[in-house]
Design a protein around this ligand. Structure first.
Ligand code: ATP
Ligand code: MG
Length: 310
């Protein structure tokens, strides 16, 4: 995949000496959707703001579509759409005017059809003549997304697009993201909702204390780090695990009424069939069975807490 964003040895030290980005290296392929996860203060907004040319890096280089973000600012900014974390909207303008004006700022010719489509996609059509000051927070966020899309960016940054929005907007947004993916738009998204990353990202990057601690294909990540467990409820209390079952490394619950078996779901043999047959041979009656897969959230919490200790 051709990289559309290429970040090399990027560091940001804020005035006062705080290192918010520490030697970040990352390539984002054209048409990819990457979710940037990290705890509060990890450096997500700093990274996005640097790529968009809003703040200056202390060292390192970023290229967007082959252009340097500092030397060729106009070229890079013109293909970037940004939905910032903080809402900033001009209160007295109407929704229609503010979104249309935003397109004009990028030197694009008027396209009422496109603006109409964007407003409809984001369920803003019936608010098109409303002044921004009269909108709720979630509506304002929709307007921010509409503004970012107005100039048909090839790269879209969504910094916490789901913060403070209802389920409806989140779904609208996911749908819009899916549509943009199909037209080849590259999307970088930060979120605190792990299920959002799980739902829409192709790749996951985790940033902690200004360092990228992981970048991995979502499916591979879940397979590699994701463990699966099978819990068997038994119908009679079991004092101890019979020797015949020792090879399964089962765990007996405190109430002695269930056994848990951890297995590799990606392996050819999970061992479940033979476990169930051996349970039956040992005359252990099974009442119920439940399997559980560790979620991206478990993986994320594990990674970030590891990093915090070092
Ligand atoms: N203008 C600034 N001057 C000094 N320090 C700053 C400035 N902006 C951000 N920081 C610090 O840099 C670190 C990274 O901030 P940043 O906003 O990038 O984090 P974030 O990952 O986006 O967090 P959140 O999840 O809360 O949005 C934080 O410790 C923050 O306090
Ligand atoms: Mg932020």
């Amino acid at each position: 995949m051709k990289p559309i964003i290429s970040i090399q040895n990027l560091s940001k030290i804020y005035e006062g000496g705080f290192t918010a980005l520490d030697d970040v290296n990352l390539e984002v392929g054209e048409g990819e959707i990457i979710a940037l996860l990290g705890p509060n203060g990890a450096g997500k907004t700093t990274l996005i703001s640097t790529i968009c040319g809003i703040i200056n890096a202390s060292s390192g280089q970023v290229r967007v579509n082959g252009f340097d973000i500092v030397k060729d600012f106009r070229q890079t900014r013109s293909i970037i759409g940004l939905v910032p974390q903080e809402l900033t909207t001009d209160a007295f303008e109407s929704v229609w005017d503010t979104v249309s004006f935003s397109r004009g700022l990028f030197g694009k010719s008027k396209s009422p059809k496109l603006i109409e489509k964007i407003l409809k996609d984001l369920s803003l059509w019936d608010k098109k003549d409303s002044k921004l000051m009269t909108l709720s927070g979630g509506m304002k966020r929709r307007v921010m997304i509409a503004k970012a899309l107005s100039h048909e960016p090839r790269v879209l940054f969504l910094d916490e697009p789901s913060a403070g929005v209802d389920v409806e907007l989140r779904k609208d947004m996911w749908r819009v993201v899916e549509e943009l993916r199909q037209t080849g738009v590259t999307i970088i998204l930060t979120t605190h909702y792990i299920e959002e990353a799980e739902a829409i990202a192709d790749r996951i990057a985790v940033i902690n204390r200004g360092k990228i601690v992981l970048v991995e294909d979502k499916a591979e990540l879940m397979q590699k780090l994701g463990k699966k467990t099978l819990t068997v409820q038994i119908s009679k209390e079991l004092k101890s695990i019979p020797k015949a079952l020792s090879k399964y490394n089962l765990e007996l619950s405190d109430d002695k009424m269930s056994l848990t078996y951890a297995y590799d779901a990606s392996g050819k043999r999970t061992g479940i069939t033979s476990l169930l047959s051996d349970l039956s041979t040992a005359k252990i009656l099974v009442r119920d069975i439940e399997t559980k897969q560790s979620s991206l959230e478990d993986i994320f919490v594990g990674l970030v807490s590891e990093g915090a200790g070092s």
